[in-house]
Design a protein around this ligand. Structure first.
Ligand code: GDP
Ligand code: IMO
Ligand code: MG
Length: 421
């Protein structure tokens, strides 16, 4: 058996949580492979809405094993609040969720360092989610990290050593803080973590694959936020692309099966950094209002713009996407026309290749297509799709070279149309 991967192709918030939930019934195991509580994955069903940060989006479909993989960075305090909230709503996870011993812990001082580094950058700040993601991955790569499995061996010593190092950096940055309350909730989180199975998830996943079990890998963020290929330095600190599923779960590249690439019918971004198709006018505001484009973690308004096919085709290439999934087209149901960026004009020269860097001299070249002007949120099958909508799908498929297999026409689990392609 192979691992199928679901990942975002844009700047995050494409709707990964919803799609993982919809596809989970076909799988035995759902595993998150990177990122941390910077993610906010929203699911809606039976009139209820849930936002997951570190916990995989397969937990609501009964009887499935969910895993937090080694590539994830985990904040025990936020993890506990997520677990508590789910318990309060009737979902006890202790038997359904396992955590890799190799996942790295976000220490309370990592969050402080995140804030201190952002403050030091001033107007050049990344606009991080403030969850300590960058500093935690930095410690992992510089071989100073503390892992979930360390809770079981010499934990106090490892923790104290890391905190002392962080305090020294915070002192150099003249950053003021009060660590005590943060530490209190953090250690309560550690007690909560201990109630879960802390496993060798690499062995576990590979054994299950060998026994014919089906595994779905859930990505966080999006390809344009990838540490290597995204709009550096305005990126997150992990490999969000498909290769991240290999390193983040311990799965060999030849064991990767389908790669589901998720994109919105338009584009959004939170935080700083280039966004060539961004709209600053009332059309952008309309997308924000109709699409409720406000961050699920930070509440920040998301920047909105037309779909960027140059960036999207780059993402399809990097991930080896085998099936495309388009979300939120319903947000444009009332638009007279829709635009798609098909090339960049850079200093007078047109290119369809995503460049090394995006700066102010990159101007999007748009194609304008007729809108479908039909409410699609109650549609059940692709046979109901209006002609103009089919033309939009065909246009995207032609440009991207991959079929769009699923179309999502609303936030609810039920508002999902599988195409017969
Ligand atoms: P993720 O981080 O990729 O899981 O995406 P988020 O949950 O951060 O953001 C996606 C938002 O769009 C959530 O509020 C979803 O409930 C919502 N959503 C998902 N699919 C659709 C859709 O097809 N139409 C509409 N209108 N909303 C959707
Ligand atoms: P999901 O999984 C959208 C963005 C932040 C910031 C940059 C770096 O819900 O799609 P970080 O805190 O990771 O160091 O911030 O990345 N970012 C996201 N944007 N969706 C996300 O996750 C994101 N996670 C991080 O806004 O620009
Ligand atoms: Mg999100």
């Amino acid at each position: 058996m192979k691992v199928d991967v679901i990942l975002g192709l844009q700047w995050g918030d494409e709707g990964k949580g919803k799609v993982v939930d919809v596809l989970t019934p076909d799988y035995d195991i759902v595993a998150r492979f990177q990122g941390g509580p910077n993610a906010g994955h929203t699911l809606e069903f039976e009139g209820k809405k849930y936002v997951l940060r570190s916990i995989p989006s397969g937990i609501f479909q009964g009887g499935k094993t969910n895993i937090i993989g080694n590539g994830v960075v985990l904040d025990p305090a936020l993890f506990k609040s997520e677990v508590d909230d789910l318990k309060a709503s009737g979902h006890d996870l202790t038997t359904r969720l396992s955590i890799s011993k190799k996942a790295h812990l976000i220490l309370p001082t990592h969050r402080l360092l995140d804030a201190a580094y952002e403050a030091a950058k001033g107007k050049d700040k990344i606009g991080t989610t403030g969850k300590g993601i960058g500093p935690t991955y930095t410690d992992k790569i510089s071989r100073n990290g503390v892992r979930v499995g360390d809770i079981l061996h010499n934990f106090e010593e490892k923790y104290a050593k890391a905190i002392a190092r962080h305090k020294e950096i915070l002192r150099q940055l003249n950053f003021e803080y009060d660590l005590e309350p943060l530490e209190k909730e953090w250690f309560e989180g550690i007690e909560c973590l201990k109630k879960f199975q802390l496993i060798d998830s690499d062995h576990y996943i590979n054994k299950n694959l060998a026994e014919g079990k089906k595994v779905l890998a859930e990505g966080a963020q999006g390809t344009m936020l990838d540490i290597d290929f995204g709009s550096y330095p305005f990126v997150t600190s992990s490999n969000t692309i498909c290769a991240g599923a290999c390193t983040g779960l311990g799965v060999a590249p030849r064991k990767i099966g389908e790669v589901y690439g998720i994109f919105k019918a338009y584009c959004t971004r939170v935080g700083s950094g280039p966004f060539p198709t961004e709209l600053f006018d009332e059309t952008g505001q309309k997308m924000r209002d109709l699409g409720h484009e406000y961050g699920s973690v930070t509440g920040r308004p998301r920047r909105c713009g037309w779909i960027d096919l140059v960036a999207l085709r780059y993402a399809v290439m990097l991930n080896g996407v085998s099936q495309l999934i388009m979300m939120k087209s319903d947000v444009m149901d009332t638009f007279d026309t829709v635009k798609a960026c098909v090339a960049y004009n850079i200093d007078g020269v047109e290119t369809e290749d995503f460049p090394f860097e995006i700066s102010d001299n990159v101007k999007p070249v748009f194609v304008e297509l007729p809108g479908w002007k039909t409410e699609m949120t109650k549609m059940q099958s692709e046979n109901e799709f209006p002609e103009e909508f089919n033309a939009y799908l065909a246009f995207l498929e032609e440009y991207l070279g991959v079929d769009i297999k699923i179309v999502s026409v609303g936030p609810d689990r039920e508002q999902t149309i599988i195409r017969e392609k």
